[in-house]
Design a binder for this molecule. Structure first.
Ligand SMILES: Nc1nc2c(c(=O)[nH]1)N[C@H]1C(S)=C(S)[C@@H](COP(=O)(O)O)O[C@H]1N2
Ligand SMILES: [Mo]
Length: 209
């Protein structure tokens, strides 16, 4: 049974930074947290991924845009990603295990055009966040439904959220519903409010473009 076969385990390269030493894995001006805080704009949306109109859409600068139902996503072979999380509000949480499907697989299937260089992730309630396509399709990037072996709680983004471990956590859209491939970069929700277009915690790309 596929249920009992071990899932591929992908270790985010940052987790191995300097031999995995905790301090060496903590980016500048971050403080380690044992708890996992909840942060987002607005209310936690009530999402029913089995509702008739729920789809994940992959669209934009690609030759084969498509949509997936939630069950189709959950039927894809999942991977576990071991990674650290870094929030721009200065907390970091090490050694997380998220389960989901690789973004690279989802993106490749849409046949991105050569000029596609950025993505805009779309969440429920109009939330958006932009990032370079290359950063979004790293080996450790997934759309996740579980953390620590259990389904995500709604406030952390269930039924599906982006996980882009090597950028600040605001680039990891909760309640994701769409991935738009783009030729040009454009600021998403927090980016329009002054957050960085790229968001690398090791370069402290917090605010400003
Ligand atoms: N849909 C959506 N996703 C979002 C946000 C949001 O407001 N809406 N906030 C982002 C920010 S600023 C952070 S720090 C992380 C927090 O994720 P967490 O609550 O699971 O820690 O979610 C990100 N994803
Ligand atoms: Mo944030």
């Amino acid at each position: 049974m596929s249920d009992s076969s071990p899932r591929p385990r992908i270790i985010s390269p940052d987790t191995l930074r300097a031999g995995g030493d905790r301090q060496a894995r903590t980016p500048p001006a971050q403080v380690l947290s044992v708890k996992w805080p909840v942060l987002h704009y607005g209310n936690v949306p009530e999402v029913n991924p089995h509702a008739e109109n729920w789809r994940l859409r992959i669209f934009g600068a690609c030759d084969a845009p498509y949509e997936l139902k939630y069950d189709e996503i959950r039927a894809m072979p999942p991977v576990d990603v071991v990674c650290d999380m870094h929030c721009v509000t200065h907390w970091s949480r090490l050694d997380n295990v998220f389960t989901g499907v690789p973004t690279k697989l989802l993106i490749d299937r849409a046949k991105p055009r050569p000029e596609a260089r950025f993505v805009m992730c779309h969440g429920e309630n109009g939330f958006t966040t932009n990032l370079p396509l290359e950063a979004f399709t790293g080996d450790d990037c997934i759309l996740a439904w579980a953390w620590d072996g259990k389904d995500l709680t709604p406030d952390h983004g269930w039924p599906l959220r982006g996980i882009v471990p090597r950028l600040y956590l605001w680039k990891s859209a909760k309640w994701i519903r769409g991935i738009e491939l783009r030729k040009t970069d454009a600021p998403g929700f927090w980016e329009q409010n002054g957050y960085h277009m790229n968001g690398d915690p090791w370069k402290e790309e917090r605010y400003g473009w």
